[in-house]
Design a binder for this molecule. Sequence first.
Ligand SMILES: Nc1ncnc2c1ncn2[C@@H]1O[C@H](COP(=O)(O)OP(=O)(O)OP(=O)(O)O)[C@@H](O)[C@H]1O
Length: 267
Amino acid sequence: MSCTTTGIGIDARGIGWAAKGNRWLIEDISFSLRPGERLAIVGPNGAGKTTLLRCLYRGLKPRLGTVALDGADIWQMSATEVARCVAVVLQESPAAFPFSVRDIVFMGRIPWRRGKAHWSQIDREQTEHALEHLGLTSLAQRRFATLSGGEQQRVLVARALAQEPRLLILDEPSNHLDIRHQLEILDLLKGLGITIITTLHDLNLAADFATSVLIMHDGRMLASGRPEAVLTSEMVSNAFGVTAQLSQPGSEAASRFTFSLNSHSGD
Ligand SMILES: Nc1ncnc2c1ncn2[C@@H]1O[C@H](COP(=O)(O)OP(=O)(O)OP(=O)(O)O)[C@@H](O)[C@H]1O
């Protein structure tokens, strides 16, 4: 992606969503990020993390609350305007279609295309740059469907970067990745300098990656703030229903959680 891209501020206020006639799946979620900050959303399965993400990129219209990018309500912006600011990497993948890796990454340029014009020189450059950034140049001709889960994940991140987003939203980006690729991809995302919101199941990765963490439980916000303030043994134990212990093996080593089942569970 372009090295000149900068992050954007996001302000989410009182977000609530429910399917028609059903219970609230998420309720009263508020947070704000300054340009370049990184938020990790954590919480147990079914807590509402993906539903919240969908409200943030216009995938779902919140029934309550607002989402603003640098002060502009995303529902007052056109879909193209939002797509020029916000890129999304979801868990589902376009594996069923016979596209090459390069074709998929080119799709990130669609919001920048004028009408039915051919790809521009900038589109080509951004696509090649994104492929290179994710170490995918040698796989560019391969059919997407023939790649491993981890390679596919990297292609979807490359597609998002080709879009030149100022806010990148990711649902479990480290899914399918081995530990080296997990660390590499989070390191690469950190280095972009843009605003990032991601769900992460691995709390240790979340603590290393994020400038702030939002813990969700049962559709609500249990806590949010700096990772060291929010990811405490007590909070994590409450949210996940396990015993979480924080270890601090040495002053220069980051704190790490170890987990065990509560003594009354699993009988
Ligand atoms: N469109 C919908 N209609 C009804 N229920 C839904 C809808 N979308 C999600 N849900 C339900 O809302 C709850 C929260 O789902 P969501 O996918 O947001 O959780 P999550 O925290 O991302 O979970 P996971 O960690 O398992 O991915 C789940 O119980 C899910 O079945």
